[in-house]
Ligand binder design. Structure first.
Ligand code: AMP
Length: 394
């Protein structure tokens, strides 16, 4: 069975054809800089062979038509069993993946205010696919769905209650597909019982969030109403004093939207270091003695460790801390620093295991006998393909 997985962003479109049973990928690709003269589409076949084509000025519809054409050429279009779409915001409406019908489309649209940058292109992708693949069943997989199990005390902000009632202001949490997959995989790898498990997942990529998963369910997470809250990220600040926004509006003579934009795009690792939002580049700078890069990495790790420790509260105990995402899976020094900060919770790093991402110890990077921390690669596309396959085959 082959599933087409689509992640339609504001100026990009990621796609992959995945067999969720065999867990293999026939092809994947990325259309980027959509709407600009430099728009292009890159294909990567299972053999690793890459091919890039220009689609100058191409929008989402043109890119999707090019994907459709490319799939036909490769003999992949006819055998598709369904299409799975990543949808960022499901608000309080969706606590699981959904087979898409008129109602679901309306639901996604009703969450535009909550996910203004993501939901409109996500829905656009769904509508374009409806035209290109008439009759094909489509599934929406929501970033927020896994976190709908959070209790009120975790998701409500201490602000006027009317903001929640009238404006749906609450924590939603994101990266849900990754947290769901990685927590389940951790439970499986460690031979835990889902119904009696306490796992923290640290998803550390360009965007970063951590989640406390108790008995298989999200009970608290670091991202909030938007993906700006929580951990330090590549370009996002994460937690700050909320009064900082009004303060900087006055100082800079900018409005709140502009300052919020700076918190989203010019803060975090890039803001502190002035060098890069990319952890690999920053670590290379640290090796060259760049003090601002060092500062950025230190703040990243320190704040991350504090947030991880806080997630022990809803769990009551920690069976495992799982590192995932580009940084979590690959950055040996970041994991080492974070584990060092977390000694208080019984973690003790095994440097040899950490150096090989725990490949020889079932992912484990801490010593036997100390609290377990491990590396668990995420696979959000596979989750989307699995959910889609499950729903289209009933
Ligand atoms: P993602 O969004 O999951 O693709 O993760 C992107 C982040 O992972 C970037 O900050 C990359 O620099 C970081 N990353 C990827 N590979 C490495 C590596 N080998 N060492 C450190 N960071 C890495």
């Amino acid at each position: 069975m082959q599933i087409l997985v689509i992640n339609c962003g504001s100026s990009s479109l990621k796609f992959a054809v995945i067999d969720p049973v065999a867990r293999t990928e026939a092809v994947n690709g990325l259309a980027q800089r959509l709407g600009s003269p430099e728009a292009s589409i890159t294909w990567k076949d299972a053999s690793g062979k890459k091919q890039e084509t220009a689609i100058a000025g191409g929008d989402h519809a043109k890119a999707m038509r090019a994907v459709y054409g490319g799939l036909k050429e490769r003999g992949l279009a006819a055998g598709l069993a369904g299409i799975g779409h990543r949808v960022v915001h499901g608000g309080q409406l969706f606590s699981a993946s959904m087979l898409i019908d008129e109602q679901v489309e309306k639901g996604i649209e009703s969450c535009f205010a909550l996910g203004p940058l993501h939901n409109p292109p996500n829905l656009l992708g769904i509508r374009i696919c409806k035209e290109l693949f008439p009759g094909m069943r489509q599934v929406a997989v929501f970033d927020t769905a896994f976190h709908q199990s959070m209790p009120r005390q975790a998701y409500l902000y201490p602000v006027p209650y009317a903001w929640y009632e009238q404006h749906a202001v609450r924590k939603y949490g994101f990266h849900g597909t990754s947290h769901r997959f990685v927590s389940a995989r951790t439970i499986e790898m460690l031979g835990l019982k889902t119904e009696d498990s306490a796992v923290i997942v640290a998803h550390l990529g360009n965007g970063c969030s951590a989640t406390a998963v108790k008995n298989g369910k999200s009970v608290d997470t670091t991202m909030g109403l938007t993906p700006l809250e929580g951990l330090v990220m590549g370009t996002r600040s994460g937690d700050i004093d909320p009064a900082l926004i009004a303060f900087m509006c006055e100082r800079l003579g900018k409005d709140a939207a502009k300052v919020t934009d700076l918190l989203n795009k010019q803060s975090g690792l890039i803001g502190l270091s002035g060098v890069s939002n990319d952890m690999r580049a920053l670590l290379a700078e640290v090796d060259k003695g760049n003090d601002r890069a060092k500062l950025a990495v230190e703040v990243f790790c320190y704040r991350l460790a504090k947030s991880l420790a806080a997630l022990a509260v809803p769990l009551g105990r920690i069976d495992a801390l799982a590192f995932t995402g580009g940084i979590g899976e690959n950055s040996v020094p970041v994991r080492a620093k974070v584990i060092e900060h977390l000694k208080i919770l019984g973690f003790a790093l095994d440097p040899a295991r950490n150096a090989v991402s725990g490949r020889e110890s079932k992912g484990r990077i801490t010593t036997d006998g100390s609290t377990c921390a491990l590396v668990v690669p995420t696979n959000e596309e596979l989750v989307i393909a699995l959910d889609t396959a499950g729903l289209v085959t009933g």
